[in-house]
Design a protein around this ligand. Structure first.
Ligand SMILES: Cc1cc2nc3c(=O)[nH]c(=O)nc-3n(C[C@H](O)[C@H](O)[C@H](O)COP(=O)(O)O)c2cc1C
Length: 173
């Protein structure tokens, strides 16, 4: 699919079929995430791949009962690795770059899923400590985005955006 068509096709999906993802597709999605840029190419993020139904159910609870989180066969948890980024970049690395690295990787994964005809929804509303417990994360790991991926069981709906004229400030505010 043409890149700009992928951008149009990608809309948040919150109702999924239970069908398993093809191994090759999942691999392509993970490779896409892995190709994302990162601060100093330190790649200060980790991806936790959750397939286990019990863990997906626990994640759904940690995401304040957003039911679709346990509806897909695969859920990716993108985590900032604060330690990795702080070694070179100190506080800015720990607090900003590691989070940016994880979110860019999640964006790449989401677009790759769309290019493969798969649905996903970025989930940011979750109890961080609960998620850390579920994925058994050490202290220096901060979960920043959860991405359930699967076959859509609903039509895609494009949501409105602000007008470019309103958003883009030429030469500053
Ligand atoms: C940082 C972030 C957090 C989000 N958290 C949630 C969430 O917890 N639950 C949810 O259903 N959608 C969540 N979304 C998806 C947005 O609601 C969605 O992207 C937005 O409404 C635009 O719709 P679209 O993705 O279909 O273009 C989140 C998106 C982002 C980028």
């Amino acid at each position: 699919m043409d890149f700009f068509d992928v951008l149009k096709e990608r809309t948040s999906i919150r109702n999924f079929k239970s069908a398993e993802l093809k191994k090759d597709d999942l691999n392509k999605i993970l490779m896409a995430a892995n190709s994302a840029p990162s601060a100093g190419n330190l790649q200060s993020y980790e991806i936790v791949l959750i397939k286990d139904k019990e863990k997906r159910d626990k994640l759904k609870d940690a995401c304040f009962q957003q039911h679709f989180v346990s509806q897909t066969p695969v859920v990716l948890v993108f985590c900032a690795n604060k330690e990795k980024a702080s070694v070179r970049y100190g506080e800015r690395g720990e607090k900003l770059y590691s989070v940016q690295d994880a979110t860019i990787a999640c964006s790449y994964a989401q677009l790759a899923a769309a290019a493969l005809g798969l649905g996903s929804c970025w989930v940011g509303a979750f109890d961080e400590n609960e998620v850390k417990n579920i994925i058994e994360a050490p202290d220096y790991i901060k979960p920043v985005a959860i991405l359930p991926i699967g076959y859509a069981n609903e039509e895609t709906h494009q949501t409105p955006r602000r007008k470019l004229d309103d958003r883009v400030k030429e030469d500053g505010f």
